[in-house]
Design a protein around this ligand. Structure first.
Ligand SMILES: [Zn+2]
Length: 120
């Protein structure tokens, strides 16, 4: 570890600097056609921003069913309709394992459309 990193850590600059780098780097992910493992940078974005990496919706992510160490996350934008299965960061912190698992349950999408319609 360099002296600069130690000093930055003492004053709490380390985290902010990382966040700036993340925000700049993560802009052009496309929703894949098929389910599959998520790259580490997309997992990090989900963990840091609590948003879907494909649409980056202001509606954020909603927690679905849990199983073992993982939790299902549903994109809050019903037009995006993306679902993820990631390690539960609230319990385990950031662990770079997770999958894009396709579409959300139809009843979740239906409920989100109602909620959004009522807010507007
Ligand atoms: Zn989305």
């Amino acid at each position: 570890m360099s002296i600069r990193n130690i000093i930055a850590g003492l004053f709490g600059y380390g985290k902010a600097r990382v966040n700036v780098a993340l925000a700049d780097a993560f802009k052009n992910w496309e929703r894949p056609a098929d389910a599959g493992e998520l790259p580490d940078d997309q997992l990090r974005y989900i963990y840091d921003a609590s948003k879907c990496p494909y649409c980056k919706s202001k509606h954020g992510l909603f927690e679905g069913p849990r199983g073992g160490a993982s939790v299902n996350m549903f994109c809050g934008d019903p037009d995006c309709d993306s679902r993820f299965n990631v390690v539960d960061g609230k319990i385990w912190g950031f662990i770079p394992w997770g999958e894009f698992t396709g579409r959300c349950p139809p009843e979740f999408i239906e409920q989100r459309r109602k909620e959004i319609a009522n807010v507007v």
